[in-house]
Every structure is written in C-alpha cells, then in structure tokens.
Design a protein around this ligand. Structure first.
Ligand SMILES: CC(C)(COP(=O)(O)OP(=O)(O)OC[C@H]1O[C@@H](n2cnc3c(N)ncnc32)[C@H](O)[C@@H]1OP(=O)(O)O)[C@@H](O)C(=O)NCCC(=O)NCCS
Length: 171
C-alpha cells in the first residue's frame, strides 16, 4: 500500500471552507499531488453520487429516494479530490440514527481507482470521530460478506452468529 503522506502545501483554510463548507478537513493523501478533503457540507450532485456507488458494484437507486434518504441522515460525508473548480467525489459514507445514543453506518464506498490506499479506513475513522463528538454511544453497520474483515481489522466487534441480529426486508 502506498504510504499516506500529508502534503506540505495544504489548502488554505478559507479556500477549504468556501468550497467544502464549515468543518471541512484535508485528508492525508497517498500521493503528494493529490489533495483530498472530507466534507459534511458540500452538496452532492446525486447523479455523481450514484455513479460513485455504481462504480463499486451497487445498483442505482431512484434519485428522489436517495435525496430524501440523505435529507434524513444524521451524517453524510463526502471525500473529495480537490480541484478549485471541479472537485470530484471519490468516497462517501453516511449514518442514520438519533445522534445521541445510536448510529448506523451506510453506503461506505471508495472509488475503485483510489481503493487500497488507506482512504476507506480514514473515512471510517473520521466518521467515528464525528459520532464520538456527538456523544453517540453505539454504532452498528451491516457489512457486505466480502468486507467483514475490513471492519474487523479496525476493531469492530462481529455479531455473534445470528444470536443478536434480526432483519426485515420489504420485498
Ligand atoms: C470497503 C472499502 C470502503 C475499503 O476502502 P479502501 O480504501 O480500499 O480500504 P483501505 O485501503 O483503507 O484498507 C484498510 C485496510 O483494510 C483492508 N481491506 C480493504 N478492503 C478490504 C476488504 N474488502 N476485505 C478485507 N480487508 C480489506 C486493507 O487491506 C487494509 O488493511 P491494512 O490496514 O492491514 O493494510 C472499499 O473497498 C469499497 O468501497 N468497497 C466497495 C463498497 C463496499 O463494499 N463497501 C462496504 C459496504 S459494507
């Protein structure tokens, strides 16, 4: 895995805020030329978001429903490849929950071109940092089967063999 570097030429804070909103933070990058930013406030182009999720193999969802899901989410975090004119969305995660006791992580994705360089791990760690600041006490997620060890490596506790987990699907 390429070493994560923090570029010596960081994006000025006023530029960060103007393009990515309040609280935006530069994300350590695997490549000195590549500037990456976490943002909770930069609005998503929902077509771009769905293209990102499609690029990792997920089915497209109706844009109107995605918009409502985002509106109702506790946190939605974009990982952007910085460009002063055309920032590109290369990673995403969102959480639902009450923001006090519980939260659930959904839709974690890093574009395939950028996978394997530590960005998924950083996106999760940034998300948990924000949830911790909110005071959330318990975070859950439903991992795709091929990704369970990604979470396990980061200290997530696996649900013990169907003893505590239940699902209901509308279809
Ligand atoms: C899962 C995903 C977000 C990981 O992002 P990433 O940027 O490639 O992961 P990282 O480079 O941060 O990997 C961190 C560590 O997890 C490991 N890892 C990455 N993907 C993994 C996987 N699918 N299974 C097991 N381990 C994995 C890495 O090898 C690395 O290990 P290390 O710390 O020992 O070197 C990304 O692969 C992705 O978007 N996948 C498709 C969508 C998806 O499945 N999302 C999760 C839904 S539950």
């Amino acid at each position: 895995m390429p070493k994560i570097v923090i570029s010596t030429f960081s994006i000025p804070s006023e530029v960060l805020e103007e393009i990515y909103g309040r609280g935006a933070r530069e994300c350590p990058s695997p490549n000195e030329q590549l500037k990456l930013v976490f943002s909770q406030e930069r609005p998503f182009d929902l077509v771009e978001l769905e293209q990102l999720l499609e690029s990792v193999g997920w089915n497209r969802r109706p844009i109107r429903r995605v918009r409502r899901a985002l509106d109702n989410s506790l946190l939605k975090i974009g990982l952007w490849r910085h460009d002063p004119k055309y920032p590109r969305l290369i990673g995403f995660v969102r959480c639902t929950g009450d923001g006090i006791l519980d939260a659930t992580v959904w839709d974690l994705a890093v574009h395939p071109l950028y996978q394997g360089t530590g960005l998924g791990k950083q996106l999760m760690s940034y998300t948990l940092e924000l949830l911790r600041i909110m005071g959330v006490e318990k975070v859950t997620l439903f991992a795709d089967p091929g990704v369970v060890s990604f979470y396990e490596k980061q200290g997530w506790i696996l649900e013990p063999k169907g003893h505590r987990c239940a699902f209901w699907y509308a279809t």
